[in-house]
Write a protein of this length. Structure first.
Lengths: 371, 280
């Protein structure tokens, strides 16, 4: 097992597309790091750079103590699970699992033994003589996983391995992967565009956007103290609400730390801040920190657009009179119908503030209460 | 697929069936007639040829191999078409792999050039080729036919194989690399086995092309020792008579190897080998 480190890695494609820009990150030995970002964020490219399937334009990649920047994939001793599994269709499950070992000229008895052990642990022992075409999606997924494990590589790379599975199987496999990670104690890098997968799997999460690392932190840290507006909007579901406005020094607050007044079109709110007036800012509030009450008496008022019942809660989409749209979570007991006029209350402790231009988090935002 | 197997209205299926039978009769009739005529005596052929002959005679076939030496043209054709096909597959696969998988400058012009080569009318290059082969002393030799054949067979092979290699998911080779395979190993152990169906298809096409080729074979051979089947058959006709029975018997014999080959490789061609490689 080994750590992986990227130092100032750039990747520019011949057509000018920049997939990674001055990217530095370390994956600790035995850590499961999730690379997450929307499509086009460069997360898969970063994984392919680690695997050696793409060459860096600039910078250095290390696996363990070794500089692997210029090594081809076959010399890096890593394993990768592809999004579409990439099982060799002309080989049986047994041959698929043993391919890496047979390439490395291991004696057949060793290959056989290892393949059998892995197959048994993944519940593939009855399928060893089948071809990939005769397997279900979940079974193929397990073969792909087994093919990676059987070689005992320095590190594992996963490229959206669950995205082809149906919802139920995805959750099961996610748990299985988590268990596997703990059992093997292996260094793993996991790429996904699904923030809930990232939050549940990762020891740490690296958020990428347009080839630039936005934040790398533990799931809790990422959720509670997003470094900028992009991370805040990407992590958490339903996504965080943003309201544009200005921050003014609150009347009578003299100290450096104090209260400010946030003024949006529809919303005026006292928020903790560093006491400075600011120009344009974005107020970020997660849906669970917005309360919707049916009386429609107190301000601000909003009209309910859509209500999505989720069983244990309902997602309420409202429009404020000034046109701002918000998403709120309400308890299932609340009787809210589309078209209702409701009152909105933002809990100040759940507020994040981001600079209007750069989107960078302004500290101190209050520490939100985790729900 | 679903709509084809679904039982439709009765009359629709009848019309479909009738159309199929009609098409089959239309395509198969010439073959049937050739076989029947090759088994009919010359006298009967010229008096009143029948679609349902009462006496089948094998005189024409016997004549083919006793009075004429039809073995030599078959051997010539097999050697020329076989060698051309083999060369084309080996070189063509490597070229197609490079064109499909490796990034290099000038790829598009090369592809365009390969396609352009096939556009020359054969007749326009016969005389320059003849002069070229004569100065190389290759007239009336096997290489003298194989090399010109490659001028049209190779572009076809490269073009078709490039297309089919591009269809094979790149992930498979990448997975092999990560698994520890070198480029050569991923080529021989992953790509090549997966390309077998398209190799078979391309090989058969090339072989049939060369087997049937007439113009070059006529122009670049001098005597019966190196003549191929089409040329030999064309030269059956004498000054005063056309031996239709023998010509048709020869045609049937000439079709047999090709038909046999297609039947042998058919399973390979039809087999969807890449099914299940990646989730589609």
């Amino acid at each position: 097992m080994a750590q992986i480190s990227l130092e100032h890695v750039d990747k520019t494609y011949p057509n000018g597309y920049v997939a990674a820009r001055d990217l530095s990150l370390d994956v600790a030995d035995g850590e499961l790091l999730v690379l997450v970002g929307p499509s086009g964020s460069g997360k898969s490219t970063v994984l392919r750079l680690m695997a050696g399937l793409e060459r860096v334009t600039d910078g250095m990649i290390r696996i363990g103590e070794r500089d692997v920047t210029d090594l081809p994939p076959q010399q890096r001793d890593i394993a990768m699970v592809f999004q579409n599994y990439a099982l060799y269709p002309h080989m049986t499950v047994r041959e698929n699992l043993g391919f890496g070992l047979s390439i490395r000229k291991q004696p057949p008895t060793v290959i056989n033994e290892r393949v059998n052990t892995i197959a048994a642990s993944l519940g593939l022992d009855k399928l060893l003589d089948r071809k990939p075409a005769q397997l279900s999606g979940g079974q193929r997924q397990r073969v792909a996983l087994g093919r990676a494990i059987v070689r005992e590589p320095l590190a594992f790379l996963f490229d959206e391995p669950l995205s082809n599975l149906d919802a139920q199987l995805r959750v099961e496999t996610r748990v299985e992967l988590s268990r596997l990670h703990r059992k093997l104690g292996a260094t793993m890098v996991y790429v996904t565009h699904d923030q809930s997968e990232a939050l549940t799997l990762g020891d740490r999460i690296a958020v990428l956007k347009e080839g630039v690392l936005q934040q790398i932190a533990t799931p809790m840290e990422l959720y509670q103290r997003p470094a900028n507006k992009f991370v805040a909007g990407f992590i958490g579901s339903p996504a965080m609400n943003f309201i544009e406005g200005v921050i003014q020094r609150a009347e009578g607050s003299a100290g450096r730390m104090g209260m400010c007044t946030f003024k949006g079109i529809d919303l005026t709110l006292d928020v903790p801040c560093d006491g400075e007036s600011r120009g344009r800012v974005f107020l970020g509030v997660r849906p669970q920190h917005i309360e919707v009450s049916g009386d429609g008496e107190s301000r601000p008022k909003a009209e309910v657009g859509v209500v999505e019942p989720m069983g244990n809660e309902q997602i309420v989409y409202v429009t404020l009179s000034g046109g701002d749209r918000l998403v709120a979570l309400a308890s299932p007991q609340e009787l809210i119908k589309p078209g209702d006029i409701v009152s909105i209350r933002v809990r100040p402790e759940g507020v994040h503030i981001f600079e209007g231009q750069s989107g960078i988090r302004i500290e101190p935002s209050p520490r939100p209460i985790d729900s | 697929m679903k709509s084809a197997t679904k039982p439709g209205p009765r009359w629709g299926r009848w019309i479909f069936g009738a159309a199929l039978i009609g098409l089959m009769l239309f395509t198969l009739f010439p073959f049937y007639w050739a076989i029947v005529a090759s088994l009919t005596s010359d006298a009967a052929l010229f008096r009143d040829p029948s679609l349902w002959p009462e006496h089948l005679i094998f005189d024409h076939y016997r004549a083919l191999f006793t009075e004429r030496d039809f073995i030599t043209p078959i051997r010539n054709s097999l050697v020329v078409a076989g060698t051309t096909t083999l060369f084309c597959l080996v070189v063509g696969t490597l070229a197609a792999y490079a064109l499909a998988r490796i990034e290099f400058r000038g790829k598009a012009p090369i592809m365009a050039f390969i396609l352009a080569v096939t556009m020359f009318p054969q007749i326009s290059i016969v005389s320059p080729l003849y002069l070229l082969l004569r100065s190389l002393h290759l007239i009336d030799t096997y290489p003298g036919l194989i090399m010109p054949y490659m001028t049209f067979a190779m572009p076809l092979t490269v073009w078709v194989l490039t297309g089919s290699i591009r269809q094979i998911p790149k992930d498979l080779e990448e997975a092999a690399h990560v698994d520890g395979a070198t480029r050569r190993q991923s080529f021989t152990r992953i790509l090549l086995p997966l390309a077998v169906p398209s190799l078979a298809t391309t090989g058969i096409l090339t072989f049939i092309y060369c087997w049937n080729e007439f113009l070059f074979a006529l122009s670049f051979t001098l005597g019966p020792e190196r003549q191929t089947v089409p040329v030999a058959i064309a030269l059956f006709r004498g000054q005063y008579q056309v031996p239709w029975g023998e010509i048709l018997a020869a045609a049937v014999v000439a079709t047999a190897p090709v038909a046999a080959m297609v039947l042998v490789f058919q399973r390979r061609i039809v087999q969807g080998l890449t099914a299940g490689a990646v989730k589609g």
